[in-house]
Design a protein around this ligand. Structure first.
Ligand SMILES: NC(=O)c1ccc[n+]([C@@H]2O[C@H](COP(=O)([O-])OP(=O)(O)OC[C@H]3O[C@@H](n4cnc5c(N)ncnc54)[C@H](OP(=O)(O)O)[C@@H]3O)[C@@H](O)[C@H]2O)c1
Length: 263
């Protein structure tokens, strides 16, 4: 009775931003559910290291694609390269977060660049991958966004702007996708990755305080009282990618230890 095949056996996932942090943990979680993987990031070294680690623990199949989600031509080429290796049933749209700082000083070019990396790359990938998902009768798109979809975060105006756009974009698309193909967002809270280490250092320098004090301030806002582990975020993503989550579409799920205050 319990001798079932793994839920994602035979499925192939393109995981963007897969060489570090949350994306790398997602790749591991999907591999553990039986999916074969295409890992995408800009730098070859960390990407190859992530792929080697997955192969070592017995991942079904692991390919890598070096691409910058902020470059439209590279995104299109990456989608085509992923499809050349076979059907893609799962897309994890994820990359690095925009820089912090006051919004008023941000140039139009910087705004466009952030929209290109986040919203436009998601659009380009979905345009190319959704037809195959529809043909397979199974597709899962999960965007790794931020709790600023609901509540803007002080000092992250550029991020707040593009995250809200991602929320509107994905909710709109969730109404258009065919049966069997879902799209949802995961909103990480303070998660223990390189991104958070960098943010803490930048905030500490700007405020003339220590990274420890910055982190203590953050944790005071988290009822769970600790940083979130990337593996916890990945577990929520793996559920949304599973056949069991087929009726969940168009939601934004915070994995933030209870930090967001809105209902
Ligand atoms: N960690 C947190 O506390 C937290 C909280 C809220 C939201 N988030 C958001 O969650 C996402 C992932 O965060 P993380 O903490 O896992 O970040 P991370 O540790 O910095 O990892 C980012 C990953 O994305 C890749 N990447 C970055 N820019 C890219 C680009 N332009 N094109 C393709 N790949 C790119 C990186 O590899 P390469 O550099 O080699 O490309 C790396 O694999 C980000 O959007 C972040 O803002 C994180």
């Amino acid at each position: 009775m319990f001798d079932q095949p793994l839920p994602l056996a035979g499925r192939r996932a393109l995981v963007c931003g897969a060489s570090a942090g949350i994306g790398r943990a997602i790749a591991q979680a999907l591999a553990a559910q039986g999916a074969s993987l295409v890992l995408l990031a800009r730098r070859a070294g960390p990407l190859q290291a992530a792929a080697a680690a997955l192969r070592e623990v017995g991942a079904a199949e692991v390919d890598v694609i070096e691409a910058d989600l902020g470059d439209e031509a590279q995104v299109i080429a990456a989608a085509e390269a992923a499809l050349a290796g076979g059907a893609v049933h799962i897309l994890i749209h994820n990359s690095g977060g925009p820089p912090g700082g006051p919004l008023l000083g941000v140039s139009p070019e910087a705004l466009v660049a952030v929209f290109r990396q986040h919203v436009i790359s998601a659009q380009l990938l979905c345009q190319r991958l959704v037809p195959g998902m529809a043909a397979a009768g199974f597709g899962r798109i999960v965007n790794i966004v931020s709790t600023s979809v609901y509540e803007p975060i002080p000092g992250l105006g550029l991020s707040n702007t593009v995250r809200a756009a991602m929320g509107g974009w994905s909710k709109s698309l969730s109404r258009e996708l065919p049966p069997g193909v879902t799209i949802n967002n995961i909103l990480p809270g303070f998660t223990d990755t390189d991104r958070l280490v960098g943010l803490a250092a930048a905030r500490a320098a700007a405020q003339g305080t220590s990274t420890e004090q910055i982190r203590a301030g953050w944790l005071a806002e988290v009822p769970e009282g600790r940083l979130i582990e990337p593996e916890e975020t990945a577990a929520a993503v793996a559920f949304l990618c599973s056949p069991a989550a087929g009726a969940i579409r168009g939601v934004s799920l915070a994995v933030d230890g209870g930090r967001t205050r809105g209902i």
